[in-house]
Design a protein around this ligand. Structure first.
Ligand code: AMP
Length: 432
């Protein structure tokens, strides 16, 4: 499951140094897939959203190829054009390109509306290597003769579905018509509605397809909340949250198989119909749990990341992150289980103080700050008096144990002593 390093992906030393300076120790899944394709000069259709690391996935190969074949673009021209739907995104991409390209000395300009055009005209006068632009202002400057695209042999259309939502598709087509025919083209979109698929068909030549959207869902549609809670109170909080009849079909994610069992047992005692699936259960026991969940007899399924792969159940109303995943991409995959097929969905994260760095890493990756919700905990009832089960030996999945001891002990007056939280996470990445 380890993702390749940038050296393994063929990224050149000066760019690697810039990525390392950003604290990027390994590639993200979209980078691992896209960078070799793009370095080979092929076209790409990427189904991925903001937060996946897609900017570096396209910016790094563009910077590298341009730095290896240096030639001036010529007045008012650019070698590469990146189109983005909003000015914020255009600025962000330009900043990222400058950061990743700080050791290769390429010329980068950004063009967007809502500000005076003169600095942008000046920036283009001598030509640039990479131009990042929003469609409307770019067309204005092209029409006025300040920008030409006939040398742009690399073209990126970012967030194509948002472009379409914002009514820019005609502008995009007009811009594409001004590009040279012989070029490398990339299209990124979080979803692939018919219009975008058609545009991709027109724009791209035998593209490689990289699909990383969790179930084709725009994570933006998912209402995300975090509740800060002591580790020892999580199960009680969960049982109380599940009193909400609006939580009709819920997946609860835990990091460990052992944790999944304990949560399911606690919910059983609290009279919530729940079952756990994880790698230690037999195939038939997992199938039974899944069938019960699908049929609606079991409202809550408690799962680990590995076990949850391949669960294909629609109409999941809520995803609860009982443990905050220490690999931020796993969070995106987990919450992608809800809000399928265009419906809405909700994700609730239960975060204890030791998990705050993981939460930060998730917020950095998704560029979204989770809404903090509060929930009054009821007084501990009989269901909370967990029998102190004997320690069972868990088989560790990955061999690389991320165990952290001393956490999750009674942080408040809890009726029964609880065992240390043992982790048998299948990956133990550090938060970024
Ligand atoms: P993006 O999807 O391009 O908007 O990137 C989302 C966030 O992930 C940004 O904050 C990037 O700085 C960060 N990021 C991108 N690639 C990596 C990586 N390989 N390792 C760590 N963080 C990354």
């Amino acid at each position: 499951m380890t993702l390749p390093s940038f050296a393994e992906l063929g990224v050149s030393e000066p760019i690697r140094a810039a990525l390392t300076a950003q604290g990027y120790t390994a590639s993200t899944p979209i980078q691992a897939r896209a960078i070799p394709i793009l370095l080979a000069g092929k076209d790409l259709l990427g189904i991925a959203q903001t937060g996946s690391g897609k900017t570096a996935a396209f910016a790094v190969p563009i910077l590298q190829r341009l730095s290896e074949h240096r030639e001036p673009a010529g007045a008012r021209s650019t070698h590469a054009l990146i189109l983005a739907p909003t000015r914020e995104l255009a600025i962000q991409i330009a900043d990222d390109c400058r950061t990743y390209g700080k050791n290769v000395g390429l010329r980068i300009a950004v063009i967007y509306g809502g500000v005076g055009q003169n600095p942008q005209v000046q920036a283009m006068a001598r030509g640039v290597d990479i131009l990042i632009a929003t469609p409307g202002r770019l067309l204005d400057l092209i029409e006025q003769g300040h920008v030409r695209l006939d040398r742009a042999r690399t073209f990126v259309l970012d967030e194509a579905d948002r472009m379409m939502d914002m009514g820019f598709i005609r502008d995009v087509r007009r811009i594409v018509a001004k590009l040279p025919r012989d070029r490398q083209s990339l299209l990124f979109s979080a979803t692939m509605p018919t219009d975008i698929a058609r545009l991709a068909g027109e724009m791209l030549r035998s593209p490689e397809r990289v699909d990383l959207a969790p179930s084709g869902v725009a994570v933006e549609r998912i209402e995300q909340r975090v509740i800060h809670v002591a580790a020892a109170d999580k199960r009680r909080l969960l049982a109380d949250l599940l009193r909400d009849p609006g939580m009709t079909r819920v997946i609860v994610f835990t990091r460990t198989k052992h944790g999944a069992n304990r949560v399911a047992e606690h919910l059983d005692r609290a009279k919530v119909a729940a079952d756990a699936i994880h790698g230690n259960k037999s195939q038939s026991a997992r199938q039974r749990a899944l069938d019960g969940f699908r049929a609606g007899h079991v409202r809550v399924l408690v799962a680990t990341d590995i076990a949850s792969r391949g669960i294909d159940v629609d109409d999941i109303s809520h995803v609860v992150n009982f443990d905050i995943p220490n690999v931020p991409e796993d969070y995106v995959h987990r919450i992608g289980r809800t809000a399928r097929a265009g419906s809405g969905g909700a994700a609730i994260a239960l975060c204890d103080p030791s998990e705050r760095p993981f939460l930060k890493a998730i917020e950095k990756l998704t560029r979204k700050t989770l809404v903090v919700a509060t929930h009054e905990l009821p007084a501990a009832g009989p269901a909370d008096r967990a029998p102190d089960e004997p320690r069972r030996h868990e088989r560790r999945d990955g061999g690389r144990d991320g165990a952290r001891h001393g956490r999750g002990r009674n942080q408040r007056s809890s009726p029964a002593p609880r065992r240390e939280r043992d982790r048998d996470s299948y990956r133990s990445h550090q938060p970024r």
